[in-house]
Design a protein around this ligand. Sequence first.
Ligand code: BES
Ligand code: ZN
Ligand code: ZN
Length: 489
Amino acid sequence: MIGLKAVDLKKQKIDTLIVPVCEDKKIHDDRIINAIIKKALSLKEFEAEKGDELTLYDLKDLNTKRVIFAGLGKLKKIDPETLRAFCGAIVKRCIKVDLEVIWVAVPAAHKLKMEMPATVAALMEGACLGNHLFDKYKKEKKKKPLKQINFLVKPDALGKLRRITPKVSTICAGTILAREWISTPSNEKTPEQFTRSIVSQARKHGLKTRVLREKDLKLHKFGALLAVAAGSRSKPSMVILEHKHPNAQKTLALVGKGVTFDSGGLNIKTGGSMASMKSDMSGAAVVAATLITLARLKAKSHVIGAIPIVENMPSGKAIRPGDIVRSYAGKTIEIGNTDAEGRLILVDAMSYVVNKYKPQMMIDLATLTGACVVALGEKIAGVFTQDDELAKLIISSGNKTHERCWQMPMPDDYKELLKSDFADLNNMPSSRWGGAITAALFLSEFRGDTRWAHIDIAGPAYIKKGDAYCGPGGTGFGVRLLCDLIEQL
Ligand code: BES
Ligand code: ZN
Ligand code: ZN
């Protein structure tokens, strides 16, 4: 779908050529491209401001039908995210007018004060992700993704950039897989169906898989996880995926919240806040998609993915406020609120992974609290850890991939708020303030001695309206971040 090409623009027959243009500096070093840019800028209607666009047809000296000049804005504002957003927006625009193949003239990286691989990768990511449409449930598919997006570079750059195309394609395929899982409606991804889907995709790509089914969960006393699942007609599971490179030294565990629908349980949510709760398995989708991506990339790492999967429903069999359950780790938990279910399934998965696989490091991803969305908005995830070094690594990968994370505090004295009169802990904090922090503190009680970080993705996991390179629905936030992080560890 994406390709890297070096061709002679005078000879190569091209239908649509996209030329990114900077408002205040020359960013290309190809003579022909610079000549046609000069021509475009000589026209009053095009100033190359961000979002500006001009199409010229049958330019002389070129064998190109149409050239779309598109503004990137001022040089000092151009960074990898500008390039991703630029390419995503252009691809979306080309889809709208039914184009099939486009070529993009890649700027000279040194003129952007960037490296060539990072420049090409950013453009390719925006293009790949912007080309994804979730239209499975539309009878009439009005828009079709582009068939081919070629990136035009100098012949001497081809060798160095050879590895970029397959790497970006694979990582974006992972993001798209997570998006599709998240956007799938809950009636088509019951815990049983979601479990099957993960296992079949994972096996297809050569991952080792294990599924703990309801009877195994009962046998091993996953009391907190089973309590959440009790109200649903669907049976819970815990999926374990493993990617192991023979040279890997350390083990990383990823844990992902897999609530296929969160009604709130008996503490039922109201209409507005329940509407997007099919996305409450985003952490699970991101962890599964990351493991599949690592397998496809043959990453030099050892990563365990632990994915607890349940549906949170009210019924005659559901857990009640006031119930006390015993977690896998043995700690008892009073259910103060059945809508604080994420932490219940996560702590059982975390203690199981620590006990069974003894990882050197563990990271969980979860759409855990509305409070985190209040604190950081819909585009930034919260990072909670007592390990500042690990937080730095996560935040740095997030900055690179523009899956932004912000470190939040974990004050010991807030643990007070999780006390129960009758059990070891209460899943509902006694204060309504600082809900993202108390949720993270609850999880921290189950990490043992393992280096651990929690990423609350309740904000960025799902968007109601699309943006530059993501349509409405699941965003796949976290797949690119985790792939980058694992490469750095
Ligand atoms: N799944 C929700 C959190 C959520 C909210 C995700 C908004 C995405 C968008 C979670 O299970 C939940 O309901 N949390 C409660 C916790 C409270 C009862 C302690 C919340 O945030 O209100
Ligand atoms: Zn909930
Ligand atoms: Zn939830």
